[in-house]
Design a protein around this ligand. Structure first.
Ligand SMILES: [Zn+2]
Length: 261
């Protein structure tokens, strides 16, 4: 009897050691990740820091070389799907390159749910309109400086229109992707085609357009910095969750095409 109890004590001791080892390995995955790729992870910097326009830029590093993609929401504070989707993108991870997210570009306008602040004017007309011009004000200058500082390769700016572009009664660009320059076209059409596959009603489909408006972030980045840029516009008629899903699907299609997801 004594021998058996001695043996079972040893057996339980080894089980305890094994359980301890499993706990250390499974409960502490962060230190394992940190050891293999020290620069991977998400950090945050503040643009226009110390001013009333201060807004957070999220930096999601894969720890591996690759494209730098900037996703922007809230340039217009009343375009809910844009900043709601961009906020969700701050939780994403990428397999290579860097994903930058500026979810509330015009935070004051987002907080007030207005297109822009009357004191500042339309942020999407405040970016350089010639190679010699600088951005118009504190906020646009801070955003423009970040696009240059992080050497952005791709820029997606999330917006919304009040009607479907394909319904001809007005000039709204809802459900469209407006790209610049031409080198962006192939990826832009992949995004539009991917989204249109799940839309059966013709006038609700996305349209591929060129030339974001002058003074817009996308136009300036494309024209003066050579960034592959586009404005992605949902139509604000369907429910918020449908619109946010369109925005997220467009962003995911871009990152898949760049092998970052
Ligand atoms: Zn807009």
């Amino acid at each position: 009897m004594k021998i058996i109890s001695h043996k079972s004590k040893r057996f339980f001791a080894s089980i305890l050691v094994l359980l301890f080892a499993i706990t250390v390995i499974t409960v502490n995955p962060i230190s394992v990740t940190a050891a293999t790729s020290s620069s991977a992870g998400t950090s945050k910097v503040t643009l226009a820091k110390g001013t009333k326009y201060a807004t957070d830029l999220y930096i999601i590093e894969s720890g591996k070389p690759g494209p730098v993609v900037l996703i922007v929401g809230g340039v217009h504070g009343n375009e809910t799907a844009g900043y709601t989707a961009a906020a969700k993108v701050t939780q994403w991870k990428v397999d290579k390159g860097t994903l930058l997210v500026l979810p509330k570009a015009n935070k004051l306008a987002v907080d007030k749910k207005v297109r822009y602040l009357s004191s500042m004017g339309d942020l999407n007309r405040d970016f350089p309109q010639s190679s010699k011009e600088s951005a118009d004000n504190t906020l646009s200058r801070a955003i423009w400086a970040a696009v240059k500082k992080y050497d952005v390769d791709w820029l997606m700016d999330m917006h919304e229109g009040y009607d479907y572009y394909k319904s001809t009664s007005n000039s709204s660009v809802g459900q469209s992707l407006i790209y610049y320059p031409y080198k962006t076209k192939s990826t832009a059409s992949t995004i539009v085609n991917t989204l249109n596959k799940e839309i059966s009603t013709y006038y609700k489909k996305f349209t591929l357009l060129q030339y974001p408006v002058k003074g817009s972030l996308a136009r300036a980045a494309g024209q003066y910095l050579g960034v592959h840029s586009f404005i992605f516009e949902t139509c604000d008629n369907p429910s918020l969750s449908i619109r946010v899903n369109y925005q997220l699907k467009a962003a995911k299609t871009l990152l898949h095409k760049l092998d970052m997801m």
